[in-house]
Design a protein. Structure first.
Ligand code: AMP
Ligand code: MG
Length: 312
């Protein structure tokens, strides 16, 4: 999934042999899901869906079915802000990042026509997916890491290591607090490093955490700055500098919600969030050089970061 994975487990020293096996199986599960879901790998089952005939149900693996179903549900609830069919547009913007040139209008139009979460149907009982328009490319980059982190954490829990944390490049599944602690302390960096005042730390357990934003991946063209997250309505990379952090019941939901809330305007985003019990968000925006922070009422208490900065 194009990212570094990290597993941290709080454990007694006499459990080390069992732990090694459990961690290996957790990483193996992530690697298996990567082979199915990656849009970076042309041979992944997800990428191969682009070549199936239009209008004909295609049998898919249970892993792909589960992820596509979750992504579709998230698209529906976010009214299309989260769009797993955004692939053609994402590819166009990846190319723009390489060339430094704006995508041509006709290419943008074609990619927009090929994207749209209503352009595919799933039959869960039959285990099939059907594509409805040509040129489609799925992209689960906004949800797959969180879901894979949840699965890896579940393996650790089942094997007797409930106090663990699985980090898939910032999409984090968090288990029970380490013994004697009230939670795992996680530092957030929602915006580029020249705004350390946005950094914050949280103490969390038994939840998922995700941060989306343009801190690291964006392209500057003709004085405009476009994020790697695409607004499905316009087909353009997002232009507002925004860092979205979501805490939710699990990392899959947190991951998808953080992406959706990057796209939606603030009010619509917080409305969407309320449809998920236990989901909370913090949105940091940069407007004319100054920082604005908005939080949902139940967002966990912000702790001092390692630098000792107190943030809003
Ligand atoms: P995240 O870092 O979780 O916010 O995911 C960003 C990734 O999700 C991008 O790199 C794309 O692969 C994909 N993506 C971009 N825009 C969207 C969107 N509107 N809905 C769903 N996924 C998207
Ligand atoms: Mg995401």
């Amino acid at each position: 999934m194009g990212t570094r994975w990290r597993i941290v487990v709080a454990v007694d020293s006499d459990e080390e042999t069992a732990l090694e096996g459990a961690i290996r199986r957790a990483f193996d599960r992530v690697a298996t899901l990567d082979l199915v879901l990656s849009d970076y790998v042309n041979s992944s089952e997800l990428s191969r869906l682009s070549a199936i005939p239009i209008g004909q149900p295609q049998s898919i693996s249970t892993d792909l079915l589960a992820n596509l179903s979750a992504a579709r549900e998230m698209a529906e609830i976010s009214e299309g802000a989260f769009d797993p069919t955004i692939g053609p547009l994402v590819r166009l913007w990846r190319r723009a990042r390489r060339t430094g040139l704006m995508p041509l209008p006709e290419r943008l139009e074609a990619a927009r026509a090929a994207s749209g979460w209503r352009h595919f149907t799933i039959d869960s009982n039959a285990g099939t997916v059907t594509l409805l328009v040509p040129g489609m490319h799925f992209d689960l980059g906004g949800i797959a890491k969180g879901r894979a982190a949840d699965e890896a954490l579940a393996i650790l829990r089942n094997e007797g290591f409930p106090s663990a944390l699985v980090d898939g490049g910032g999409d984090i599944a968090i288990g029970e607090a380490p013994p004697g602690e009230s939670g795992w302390r996680v530092v957030l960096e929602p915006l580029p490093r020249d705004h350390p005042e946005a950094d914050a730390a949280l103490e969390l357990h038994d939840c998922g955490l995700a941060t989306s934003g343009d801190a690291f991946r964006f392209v500057e063209i003709e004085g405009r700055r476009f994020s790697h997250i695409v607004d499905p309505r316009s087909g353009l990379g997002l232009e507002e500098s925004r860092g979205v952090t979501v805490v939710a019941r699990d990392a899959g939901r947190a991951d998808a919600l953080a992406t959706a809330l990057s796209v939606l305007d603030l009010e619509a985003g917080f409305d969407c969030l309320r449809r998920f019990e236990g989901a909370e968000a913090r949105i940091v925006r940069l407007q004319d050089g100054s920082l604005r922070v908005d939080r949902s009422p139940g967002f966990p208490a912000i702790l001092k970061t390692s630098e000792g900065a107190q943030v809003p």
